[in-house]
Design a protein around this ligand. Structure first.
Ligand code: CA
Ligand code: CA
Length: 316
């Protein structure tokens, strides 16, 4: 009798273990099914958002190619880009059946070119951003030393012997991105990204293209930072509002402040595709160079970056 009972007990334990095992397996199955469903949904939303971003990007390129006036590109008070006076601007939000594409086109020569700027223009920019004269000297000299090929530092600049302490050397070449500034003596994160007291430098400078600023696409803030007076700014803005769509020739006083162009060739395209209200945005940042060839315009991609942005998570 005792042997039989032991046998029963053993069977019972086995049954309990089997039940526990089944519960574990089925729960895991439910959880993983839920996860897979969520992942599949995310993937679908991500893919459609990506295609919406690409469609927005293509519209931006098509828009740049539709320019009828090569002598001029201008922005209005709100920062909207116009290629000429007859072509309407590209809408900021393009609507498609599956969702939207938010498109922003920024001429890179609306900003000061760190690689080609004249020292006196750079000096004025730093002064008007509110930096003390000694700091301005340090920033201007250090940037020039960072770029120039030699190893002899300027009075307030820095070369390898200064940077070695931090584990790197001077670049001795042009900057590829504005964020590189944080490596240079006198700059650092506070200058590049701004503080409560000062605006971020990166918004007013670029590393793309060559030469000076386009007088017709510079923002009011940039005009002011480069030393343009309020009266001059009013004149510049009134040109943009009239039939001419900006200045065709630049007064010498404004040329001396760093404004040397009336049309643009390098554009930053910032697009975000959004599948309905999924909360997933696919962002593409690109910089393109537009040149005129015998066949018409040519577009060259200088920079390309993609990011998926999850703005919120919501179970549906
Ligand atoms: Ca144009
Ligand atoms: Ca150097």
């Amino acid at each position: 009798m005792r042997g039989v009972r032991q046998k029963d007990g053993y069977a019972l334990v086995m049954v309990i273990w089997a039940v526990v095992f089944l519960i574990i397996v089925s729960t895991t199955f439910v959880i993983s099914t839920r996860l897979t469903t969520a992942m599949t949904r995310n993937l679908k939303e991500k893919t459609i958002s990506y295609s919406l971003a690409l469609r927005g990007y293509n519209e931006a390129i098509k828009y740049l190619l539709s320019d009828k006036d090569l002598g001029i590109d201008f922005i209005d008070e709100k920062g909207t880009l116009y290629l000429d006076t007859s072509t309407p601007p590209l809408p900021k939000v393009l609507k498609f059946e599956e969702g939207i594409s938010e498109v922003e086109i920024i001429p890179e020569d609306s900003k000061v070119n760190l690689n080609y700027v004249q020292p006196h223009v750079l000096r004025r920019l730093f002064q008007n951003l509110g930096y003390e004269p000694e700091k301005v000297d340090e920033m201007v000299d250090s940037l020039k030393d960072w770029i120039d090929p030699d190893d002899a530092h300027r009075l307030n600049g820095a070369e390898d012997e200064y940077y070695r302490e931090f584990g790197y050397t001077a670049k001795n070449d042009r900057l590829d991105t504005v964020y590189e500034l944080v490596l240079i003596k006198g700059f650092g994160k506070e200058v590049v990204y701004g503080t409560n007291r000062r605006p971020p430098l990166y918004k007013f400078v670029t590393t793309f293209g060559k030469g000076g600023v386009n007088i017709n696409v510079a923002s009011v803030a940039t005009l002011k930072l480069l030393g343009v007076t309020d009266t001059e700014t009013e004149t510049i803005m009134s040109f943009r509002r009239t039939q001419t769509g900006g200045m065709r020739s630049i007064p010498s006083r404004l040329v001396s402040l760093g404004f040397t162009k009336t049309a643009s060739s390098i554009f930053r395209i910032n697009v975000t595709g959004r599948y309905k209200d999924s909360g997933i945005g696919y962002n593409i940042q690109s910089v393109v160079k537009r040149t005129l060839s015998q066949k018409g315009f040519e577009i060259e991609t200088l920079y390309w970056r993609e990011d998926v942005k999850y703005t919120y998570t919501q179970n549906k």
